[in-house]
Design a protein around this ligand. Structure first.
Ligand code: AMP
Ligand code: ZN
Length: 470
């Protein structure tokens, strides 16, 4: 596996630090629905996990849920978004977090994303957060203001390195505002005090007053508790580079004197119809919006994986329709391949599950044909799934290959491939050759015959497609 590491800005050959590949993914904020842009990020990291397992690595992966402390602005000002969501929905913040967290996981399952080994809720790590702040204070990295405990970024001389920050410029551009007690513009709260009269339901006593953790702290803490630093791979969106991940690195150094992660992966943002995803543009599509228009979550996953995680991707319903057609085409190919390879048996499902289970346990993915090896090596080249998809389009895959391809991408191909019988496969093939021989009368005859059996054949500019309604 070769991966582009944000920390070095180079594509590097991935080498695990220990027996298990430790991966941490910055997870969702659970005060609202996650849109398709958010899910795109998790689809890319799902491919990362599946590909490492297919290569034979054991993976231990943690995902967090931000259920406290995510403020309206990155500058440690404004309200906690979860508290705001609670007010909006007439619920407690805990109920809000549970509601949107459950909704998020329903989407996760629809997308057939691999279950993380640990789902860590920030609110379950508050005591550990306090211990982390104690340590960084002991080591001289923090100062207190009326507003909270702040990280003094001037005390960490490598603070600007990760994101190549221009700290002087940041300082010059800083506004004097609520946090004017901050020593440097880039300083950030590791702990916030609740001011008298301030309504903040989630609160914990620390340093003799009620408060709550700063947003960036949870990730450093959860990694320390659940994985132990340094971890192998830390993933997130490009928005995380200049503030969130920069601060995670600083905190981990200040508390434990350690490097946080060896390899950093960041995905680019997707746009919709050329625009940023935003409420004001009315383009905050959810998976349920796609379903209403006839696209399954797996059609969307197909769309996401047809491009690269570092590229700027523009979502349109037209391109989604293309991905859906491609997925249907692959499922049909499987139906034909299976029947051809396995004769008259109807054990398609069972054969699929068996080969799939071997990959699931991390045994590595082997097939007797070279195609899957090529596919896996394309993915191993910094997750180039687009290239892998082109190989699949242009090769003749065996049924074994398809099983492994389906496990590598989690696209529901085997499960949803049409269950047609060998006689029907023969009819489809016969029609293909009739068309190739320009015997259109025979082709039409066969089309009508297939239709009576629930198989609708259409000839399009891209070739013949068929759908089975049986
Ligand atoms: P949030 O819940 O807002 O913290 O977002 C969850 C994840 O989605 C983060 O990793 C973000 O970087 C990512 N994300 C947000 N918007 C987009 C987008 N338009 N395209 C891709 N990823 C996004
Ligand atoms: Zn994080």
């Amino acid at each position: 596996m070769r991966l582009f590491n944000t920390a070095t800005k180079k594509i590097e050959k991935f080498k695990p630090l220990g027996e298990d590949v430790k991966i941490y993914t910055c997870g969702p904020t659970v005060y609202g629905y996650q849109h398709i842009g958010n899910y795109a990020a998790y689809i890319y990291w799902d491919l990362l996990v599946r590909a490492l397992r297919a290569e034979g690595h054991a993976v231990r992966r943690v995902l967090n849920f931000t259920d406290v402390g995510h403020l309206v602005s990155d500058g440690d000002e404004g309200e906690d978004k979860l508290e705001k969501g609670a007010e909006r929905d007439g619920k407690t913040p805990y109920e809000v977090a549970k509601f949107y967290g459950d909704d998020f996981m329903r989407g996760w399952d629809l997308l057939d994303l691999v279950q993380p080994d640990v789902i860590a809720h920030a609110t379950d790590y508050i005591e550990a957060d306090m211990r982390a702040v104690d340590l960084m204070t002991e080591h001289g990295f923090t100062y207190e203001t009326r507003d909270g405990v702040y990280f003094d970024t001037a005390k960490f001389d490598r603070y600007a390195d990760f994101a190549r920050l221009d700290l002087a410029g940041l300082q010059a551009g800083a506004r004097v505002g609520f946090s004017s007690e901050k020593r440097n513009a880039s300083d950030f709260a590791v702990w916030k005090f609740i001011q008298p009269g301030e309504k903040h339901i989630m609160r914990w006593d620390y340093l003799g007053r009620p408060g709550y953790p700063g947003w960036h702290l949870e990730c450093s803490t959860i990694i320390h508790e659940e994985l132990g630093e340094p971890i192998d791979i830390h993933t997130g969106g490009i928005d995380h580079v200049p503030v969130h991940h920069t601060n995670e690195i600083a905190q981990t150094y200040a508390s434990y004197g350690r490097e946080l992660a060896r390899t950093w992966l960041h995905c680019n943002f997707i746009t919709i119809d050329g625009e940023k995803i935003s409420k004001s543009l009315g383009n905050v599509y959810l998976l349920s919006d796609l379903a209403e228009r006839g696209f399954s979550a797996l059609d969307f996953k197909m769309w996401v994986l047809s491009g690269h995680y570092q590229g700027t991707r523009n979502f349109t319903f037209e391109s989604l329709a293309g991905a859906k057609a491609r997925r249907l085409n692959w499922r049909n190919k499987i139906a034909l391949t299976y029947q051809r390879g396995a004769g008259v048996s109807d054990a398609k499902g069972e054969a699929g599950n068996k080969a799939g289970a071997e990959i699931e346990t991390g045994a590595g993915a082997k097939s007797n044909s070279g195609v899957f090896t090529e596919v896996l090596s394309a993915v191993g080249n910094n997750l180039n799934s687009a290239e892998a998809f082109a190989i699949i389009d242009n090769s003749d895959l065996s049924y074994d290959d398809w099983v492994l391809v389906d496990r590598l991408f989690g696209l529901g191909l085997i499960k949803e491939s049409p269950d047609i019988n060998t006689a029907q496969v023969d009819l489809i093939r016969e029609r293909e050759s009739a068309r190739a021989n320009k015997d259109f009368a025979r082709a039409d005859e066969l089309r009508d015959k297939l239709l009576t059996q629930g198989i609708a054949v259409r000839d399009t500019a891209e070739g013949t497609v068929w759908e089975y309604a049986g």
